[in-house]
Design a protein around this ligand. Structure first.
Ligand SMILES: [Zn+2]
Length: 386
């Protein structure tokens, strides 16, 4: 069997590639310089690159109204395929946008082209309610939405230049991860999304999954997160030391996921799964309160939402895990599904508590966090704070 056929099909069947390269790139660039241009927020730059690289297959551009409305109300594209989050380009002034427009980064550098197909308006409050389940401006995803313009610009994109990745050695496109999986002979791959350090509870879940699949894609999100999340540069150091000391080298691939966090909870869990299918994963871990924030979502809403789709239309298998912890009486990692003991025996700490400990230079207990990981985090946060 060839590598190509061994790897799972992307969402929609074909891996989208909207990257212009080679000879064509120079002439398209020339043309782009003469066009009206739209400056993108870093979040939209990440979306642009993910559309171009096929991470968002089958999307070939920013959504038009038909896709946008059906995504909002039914979590499907206009053609019926599952897609839970709007991928849109909002602008405060759409008057110069006709025909082809240049897309620029925040510093004005031309990054790509947009074939403007339609400009439309839509209520930010409705989008907030349907996507995030709240119109509360204290929700970080909603707050971000409210800062954006009132016009939505839909149309296909082409990518001419990429921004410098935060972690060049971890910058793998879907085509790259797929190639690695094929080379390693992995037929089944579980994807793990995180914006946090990997503590023992996450390690346990990943390794439980690794007992039944060929490989793990540890795929931390390195795009924009909220300010009190641990910075990606510190997290990446902690992932490296953890993998080096505690994981079999040949069964894990560490790569960076360049998207921004939306904190859309259940809908973002489905989005994270579909995108990881595009990266070649066959399985995807959905933990407690996946992509959640505050108390906007129920702890297992992000697992239940998968039942609203037929397994064959998602095409990637969610692996749902409960809250896990070290139990002193079991003498092992466990969850309410496997441990009969009460709370006193269980070592649990909230994310906020862990950050407090680390910022004060104290290390969480080894049952909670590998000492090497805790040390890297404590040292890293000291640097960041100073
Ligand atoms: Zn127990």
């Amino acid at each position: 069997m060839s590598g190509e056929t061994m790897t799972i099909a992307p969402h929609g069947g074909t891996l989208v590639n909207r990257v212009v390269d080679g000879e064509e790139r120079r002439s398209v660039f020339e043309r782009a310089r003469a066009l009206p241009s739209l400056a993108l927020h870093p979040r939209s730059v990440a979306d642009l690159e993910l559309i171009a690289s096929g991470g968002y297959s089958p999307l070939t551009g920013f959504m038009g109204q038909a896709d946008y409305q059906r995504v909002l109300h039914e979590m499907r594209l206009a053609d019926g395929r599952p897609w839970p989050l709007p991928i849109t380009l909002r602008a405060s002034d759409a008057t110069p946008l006709r025909g082809t427009a240049a897309l620029a980064g925040p510093d004005g550098t031309i990054l790509g082209l947009l074939e403007v197909r339609e400009v439309y308006t839509a209520s930010q409050r409705e989008e907030a309610q349907l996507v995030y389940g709240t119109t509360d401006a204290k929700h970080p995803g909603v707050a971000q939405l409210y800062t954006q313009g009132e016009f939505l610009v839909g149309g296909d994109i082409r990518l001419l230049a990429r921004t410098r990745p935060a972690f060049p050695e971890l910058a793998l496109d879907p085509a790259d991860t797929r190639r690695v999986f094929a080379e390693r002979g992995w037929r089944t791959v579980v994807g793990f999304q995180t914006r946090n350090p990997v503590h023992r509870a996450h390690e346990y879940i990943q390794k439980a999954a690794l007992e039944i699949v060929d490989g793990l894609l540890l795929h931390p999100l390195v795009g924009a997160t909220k300010d009190d999340d641990i910075p990606a540069v510190v997290r990446v150091r902690s992932y490296r030391v953890l993998l080096e000391r505690y994981y079999p080298r040949d069964r894990v691939l560490l790569a960076a996921f360049p998207a921004a966090m939306r904190y859309a909870g259940p809908r973002e869990a489905v989005f994270h799964a579909l995108v990881r299918k595009n990266y070649g994963c066959t399985h995807f871990i959905v933990g407690r309160d996946h992509a959640g924030v505050g108390s906007y979502y129920g702890p297992y809403d992000a697992q239940r939402i998968f039942q609203r789709f037929r397994p064959d239309e998602l095409g990637i298998q969610p692996l749902c895990f409960e809250h896990t912890f070290y139990c002193r009486r079991c003498g092992a990692m466990a969850s309410p599904k496997t441990c009969p003991h009460d709370g006193d025996a269980r070592v649990t700490l909230s994310g906020t508590k862990v950050r407090e400990l680390l910022r004060s230079g104290e290390l969480p207990p080894p049952e909670f966090s590998r000492p090497e990981v805790a040390r890297v985090l404590a040292d890293g946060l000291k640097e960041v704070v100073v």
